[in-house]
Ligand binder design. Structure first.
Ligand code: ADP
Ligand code: MG
Length: 510
């Protein structure tokens, strides 16, 4: 076989067109990919699934020339491609939108696209504009050509990235977890774009995602990576979501069960917010009212940036309210300080697990950070008791760490378990839990969700703030939707159709 540089791939008609053959790649001790083979076809959406660390990004970076394999090769229609850089990949018709966008933030859409497609120094911006308009129309990807990238919401920046790749003439497009940064309605439009690229333009798409619902909607073919190996590759309609999850995580544990919801408890609410408002300078919240009963999980849904973070700040006492009231167990708080909330029995799991702990401190120290007084001896901390406390938390919460390990060296899932252990071992009456599974793999996600369900079963009132609507629908009894700093609707789980929540999130329902 010949090795040629930059072969344009023009084959159509569903024939296998790109073969990744026996790709192996190690990073030091870590074997990221072990003898992986994968076929990509033109005009097909190929979903690539796998837990965090399975090797998906590494494999696609190799295809796009961002990384070199230790062994193995890439072929197009029987010819070995030499892909040593993204430039080689693009010349071979392969484009990629990586998780971290590569747009120049302080330049406009036009300038970014012109830069990417420039073959000479003389750039004809008027011509590029016309090309953008034509390509936007052709692919259903509207972008504002003159907008500066930094001023665009993430969904639009992503569209620019996709358009940029398409305009460089790719016939294969790799999208690495494109929906992770999007709200539900933007996800739907992206999936529509993907369908269109496949059906109207015959583009072969690799879609990396953790989310079964998305795979079900658009994938023609699904491959699952686990620990650097392909464990399954099949037509999408030949395999169920349940089977895919089992393949992803192995046999031990598959998809999370729906939480058992008991009939609506008649107990009176333990947490009551009434017309809570926060000044514009402090984030801008207005007229937030809701109640949570013991044992109930109230989900807070919303596209990111609609006041969820500010609401959590209010409930952790880091942002003061300037109107309305917060009542815990019938007692109205004079002011919402961290101390008054904690004394009232409100515990927090913040959205940023790194900010909630001290990386350099040991697990055992991080576990007691918010109740140091409990372990204070006459002159120093009672180390032995701290260790006992830590060891029982490690067992109870299935934390894979030893007590003296620095917190910063733990995996995301184990960090989260430490923080949940810290939260729940205080036995809070109300737990405010924000983005608990962001960035975690399927196993850790399921475990964290089961901990939340368990706490509610034991009577804790939970406020669950999450950008993952599936997570909210899986766990919550009721769902409050935030939009532009207000709660625009509260929907019962039973009546909580995804669409009505989606409409509330987009601000189009009233
Ligand atoms: N540049 C790198 N240096 C060291 N290890 C890496 C590097 N990139 C990826 N890895 C490791 O390779 C494995 C696969 O990672 P990745 O391809 O990012 O997985 P995925 O995209 O499926 O989450 C992981 O164990 C990861 O820690
Ligand atoms: Mg990845």
């Amino acid at each position: 076989m010949n090795s040629v540089e930059g072969v344009a791939i023009a084959s159509r008609g569903g024939a296998p067109s790109i073969f990744l053959r026996n790709i192996t790649k190690a990073f030091g001790e870590t074997i990221a990919l072990s003898d992986v083979s994968l076929d990509l076809r033109a005009g097909e959406v190929h979903a690539l699934l796998g837990e965090n660390g399975a090797g998906k990004t590494t494999l696609m970076k190799i295809l796009y020339g961002l990384s070199q394999p230790d062994s193995g090769q890439i072929e197009a229609d029987g010819v070995v491609l030499k892909i040593e850089s993204p430039r080689d990949a693009r010349a071979a018709g392969i484009g990629m939108v990586t998780q971290h966008f590569s747009l120049v933030k302080n330049m406009t859409v036009i300038e970014n696209i012109a830069l990417a497609s420039a073959k000479t120094f003389a750039i004809d911006l008027a011509k590029v504009r016309a090309e953008i308009v034509a390509a936007s129309a052709r692919f259903g990807l509207d972008v504002p050509p003159d907008a500066v990238i930094a001023s665009l919401p993430i969904a639009l920046q992503q569209r620019v990235e996709i358009l940029k790749a398409l305009m460089s003439g790719c016939s294969y497009l790799i999208l690495d977890e494109p929906t992770a940064v999007l709200g539900p309605n933007d996800i739907d439009s992206l999936l529509e774009v993907i369908r269109r690229l496949r059906s109207d333009a015959g583009i072969g798409i690799v879609l990396i995602s953790h989310k079964m619902a998305e795979i079900e909607k658009v994938a023609d073919r699904v491959s699952v990576l686990r620990r650097g190996q392909v464990v399954s590759s099949s037509l999408a309609n030949g395999i169920t979501s349940k089977e895919l999850v089992t393949l992803m995580v192995g046999e031990q544990q598959s998809g999370a069960e729906q939480r058992q919801r008991s009939a609506s408890p008649s107990q009176s609410p333990i947490l009551v917010l009434e017309s809570v408002g926060v000044s514009r300078e402090a984030g801008g919240l207005s007229d937030i009212s809701f109640t949570v009963r013991p044992g109930e999980i109230l989900g807070i849904a919303g596209v990111s940036g609609n006041g969820q973070t500010e609401l959590v700040n209010v409930l952790s006492g880091t942002t003061q309210i300037d109107s309305g009231t917060i009542t815990v167990e019938g007692h109205q708080l004079g002011s919402n300080t961290p101390q008054s909330l904690m004394r009232a029995g409100v515990g927090i799991l913040g959205e940023d697990r790194h900010a909630s702990a001290v990386h350099a401190l040991q697990v055992v120290e991080n576990l007691i950070l918010d109740c140091v007084e409990k372990f204070a001896g006459k002159f120093q901390l009672r180390r032995k008791e701290m260790l006992n406390h830590c060891e029982s938390a490690i067992t109870q919460f299935e934390i894979k760490a030893n007590p003296k390990q620095a917190f910063g060296t733990l995996s995301g899932g184990n960090m989260q378990k430490v923080l949940l252990a810290r939260l729940f071992s205080r036995k809070p009456k109300v737990a405010i839990i924000s983005q608990p599974t962001r960035g975690l793999d399927v196993m850790a996600t399921n475990y964290v969700r089961s901990l939340i369900a368990q706490a509610s079963k034991q009577g804790t009132a939970v406020v669950l703030v999450s950008e993952d609507l599936d997570e909210i629908l899986e766990l919550a009894d009721r769902v409050a939707v935030m939009y532009r700093g207000s709660v625009v609707g509260i929907v019962d789980h039973t009546a909580a159709s995804r669409e009505s929540i989606g409409e509330l999130m987009a601000g189009i329902a009233k």
